[in-house]
Write a protein that binds this ligand. Structure first.
Ligand code: ATP
Length: 404
């Protein structure tokens, strides 16, 4: 039977908006993958009364509560106290937790302070969850048919500890399978229309717009055979055509690095309106150095001429945001850097600078490669940042298409 779970994130900085609650989102996705049902998500501050009330409410909604945050050494870290109050337990120093803290500090070559001892003060009878990734041990307590697991707020520690201590306990044989298909260049509404009437073999269909792309999620019920899943993914792929760039794989930059490095190909970029954004995105991918050779920001007309030899007449005749300039940028950087591929991007990010002929969001992209140069113009809706992110995405998607 799948367990009903409530996620409780704590910390005053979540209530002020200082910290974005990524822990809950990560936990929800992980729990879903394990087949557990997340009933609700709650957020509480640091005050004792509020915390105890939130724990009580959480336990009314689910038999398992996963709580993050408030395990630190400072006075405003009150999770252990609140759990003890909720369960009617005393709070005392756990020898096991203290041993773990001392051992961790020894490894780090640091002294255990009085404040650190506070991190070993746990509700009586709590099960200690070792933290090999930080200093605060986690713990779990059962009371009145509910179990609460308490993990640190630091995302990296929380994730490791969830995987090490909790995931196996909540995993069920009823786990559904999720297939994530990543598309670029087609709006969500249009994707929905493309999916209409398609035989999805009982899979739930979901869309997630994650700028600059839209992901299609197929959630197959337990027991769907691998063959049946493959047939559905095949049908969806046929309908999506060129807009589909990965099934259960990485993002556009990861795909570009993977595909080009496998082929022993290299890339250079000349970016105007994106000003290095595309290069930076590629550089986030481990192994980028095998592919990404050079990137230049050619924001001004003068730099386009000086750095890459774009003719002043080409700019004067066509404007800096034009097909001939994008071609000259792509070809110029490719020949200068001596790479397999060269990308040129020039556009109007806005909010000013648009005209009737070239509205804000107009971007010209060119990809120069071994068999010539391909060009694409797009008019991207959205604010300055969205225009720039989508322009970067369009350039990488065009490069992938050039290689097909
Ligand atoms: P520590 O004392 O080691 O900092 P803690 O268990 O007391 O750990 P908090 O103090 O609540 O955790 O949070 C530590 C940091 O972790 C926060 O400053 C914040 O950057 C991050 N964090 C906390 N909760 C969340 C959350 N729900 N989502 C994302 N980040 C979080």
């Amino acid at each position: 039977m799948s367990k009903s779970v409530v996620i409780l994130s704590t910390g005053e900085e979540l209530l002020t908006g200082e910290t974005v609650d990524t822990n809950s989102a990560w936990l929800a996705a992980s729990l879903w993958g394990l087949g557990a049902q997340v009933r609700s998500m709650l957020t509480a501050g640091d005050d004792m009364l509020g915390l105890v009330r939130a724990i009580r409410t959480a336990c009314e909604h689910g038999s398992v509560v996963i709580c993050t945050g408030g395990l630190g050494p400072t006075d405003d870290d009150r999770t252990a106290q609140a759990v003890a109050a909720w369960a009617g337990l005393g709070l005392s120093e756990s020898t096991e937790a203290m041993t773990q803290i001392e051992s961790r500090y020894r490894t780090l070559g640091r002294e255990v302070s009085a404040a650190n001892r506070k991190q070993a003060m746990l509700p009586d009878g709590a099960i200690v969850l070792e933290n090999r990734w930080g200093t605060a041990p986690g713990f779990s307590v059962g009371h009145n048919g509910s179990t609460i697991f308490c993990l640190p707020g630091v995302p990296m520690e929380m994730r490791h500890m969830f995987k090490a201590h909790i995931a196996a306990l909540l995993s069920t044989s009823e786990s559904p399978t999720l297939v994530r298909m990543r598309t670029f260049g087609v709006a969500e509404s249009r994707l929905q229309t493309m999916m209409n009437g398609l035989d999805l073999g009982g899979a739930d269909l979901g869309f997630r717009a994650h700028i600059p792309e839209v992901q299609i999620k197929l959630r197959f019920p337990t027991g769907t055979s691998a063959d049946a899943q493959r047939r559905v993914v095949g049908r969806v792929s046929d309908v999506l055509g060129e807009s589909l760039y990965s099934v259960d794989g990485g993002d556009l930059a990861e795909n570009v690095i993977e595909v080009l490095s496998q082929a022993g190909e290299t890339l250079s970029l000349a970016e105007s309106c994106t000003a290095g954004m595309t290069s930076a995105w590629l550089a986030e991918v481990p192994g980028a150095s095998a592919v990404l050779m050079e990137g230049v920001i050619v924001y001004s007309n003068e730099s386009k001429e000086r750095s890459l030899g774009v003719g002043a007449d080409v700019i004067a005749d066509n404007g800096a945001v034009s097909k001939p300039v994008a071609l000259a940028l792509a070809e110029g950087i490719r020949s200068k850097a001596g790479t397999t591929w060269g990308i040129g991007i020039t556009g109007i990010a806005g909010p000013g600078g648009g005209s009737e002929a070239k509205p804000v969001g107009t971007v010209h992209i060119a990809v120069a490669g071994p068999s010539g140069t391909r060009h694409q113009t797009v008019v991207i809706p959205g604010d300055r940042n969205q225009v720039r992110i989508r322009a970067a995405g369009t350039a990488l998607a065009l490069l992938l298409r050039c290689r097909n």
